[in-house]
Design a protein around this ligand. Structure first.
Ligand code: PMP
Length: 295
């Protein structure tokens, strides 16, 4: 993720990654109350563009607010710092990780010391390029009555780690997690879609992280006149699907081959998901994307 030349941003200063330090008494380290984002930049025909910077930083500020973390940065400031970060590190196609973490304090109330850290590195497609074999996780997604599932909170990712580790230990590539009612929620780090008889289905908001890629892909599907329905569904319904895919900033649009050993009916290349994967890739790195979304 970094080497001796990597520059990071920490609390108003540009530092060498190896010189950026934290406090072992940091509240976030002990209790998981911090918030973060995962953003990508792409080398487009019009230079380096941070994809949906506004949406990502709005979500970061929303997550902070939900967790009672006072942040003194605006979306515009964070966006321009991100461009500076990329420039300083000479990065074009990059993954950007903003992290907001709290300083030394052992109480269970968010402390006033709010640290903002930004770093970036080159990262290939998370989840890889091969079609994924999923297992229905024995772990549920965090209950919306226990925490703010719609916020991107550090501590929530212990659930993702458990689910991914379980799936990998059983020989699968990734997990699919259910909500408390047994409906499909999402993956450990991506939203889930499946398609059947020409219609695309995805879980509604409520038990999931409202993915920025999810809404981008729903928009692309509309442009292609693909029908998208947001509804609750069980893993059994998914097993009868023609195809399925994950969406996420890191994963982009990642095709799925099977769930619990049951293969989807269509060849990935023939699915609407595969068309959307191509269109997504094209959009993020093309000129068209300017009208599509810039801050
Ligand atoms: N769900 C979870 C749990 C995630 O961690 C992510 C990745 N941020 C997503 C969905 C996809 O969100 P996005 O498209 O905004 O990256």
């Amino acid at each position: 993720y970094y080497n001796e030349n990597t520059t990071v941003f920490l609390n108003g200063k540009w530092l060498k990654a190896s010189e950026a330090k934290t406090d072992l008494y940091a509240q976030t380290l002990h209790y998981g109350n911090g918030v973060f984002e995962g953003i990508r930049s792409y080398d487009t025909e019009d230079g380096v563009q941070v994809f949906k910077a506004k949406e990502h930083y709005e979500r970061l500020l929303y997550s902070a607010q939900k967790m009672h973390i006072n942040m003194n940065y605006t979306v515009e400031e964070l966006t321009s710092l991100t461009y500076e970060l990329l420039e300083k590190n000479n990065l074009k196609d990059a993954y950007i990780r903003p992290l907001v973490y709290l300083g030394a304090n052992m109480s269970l109330q968010p402390t006033e010391e709010v640290n903002v850290f930004l770093c970036a590195w080159e990262w290939g497609k998370y989840l890889g390029n091969d079609l994924l074999n999923l297992m229905t996780s024995s772990y549920q997604r965090p209950n919306p009555k226990s925490c703010h599932v719609e916020a991107k909170v550090v501590g929530h990712y212990t659930n993702s780690i458990l689910a991914t580790t379980e799936a990998k230990s059983k020989g699968f590539d990734e997990a699919l997690l259910l909500d408390a009612k047994g409906n499909v929620a999402e993956g450990p780090g991506a939203n889930f879609f499946y398609e059947k008889d020409g219609v695309i289905y995805t879980s509604p908001l409520g038990n999931i992280l409202p993915g920025i890629t999810r809404s981008t892909v729903i928009g692309l599907a509309k442009e292609l006149n693909f029908k998208v329905v947001e509804k609750y569904f069980t893993p059994e319904e998914v097993k009868g699907a023609d195809g399925a895919f994950f969406t996420g900033t890191a994963a982009e649009v990642a095709g799925i081959a099977s769930l619990d050993g049951v293969n989807f009916k269509m060849k990935w290349e023939d699915t609407m998901g595969s068309e959307l994967a191509r269109m997504y890739k094209h959009r993020v790195s093309s000129r068209e994307y300017k009208s599509f979304d810039l801050v």
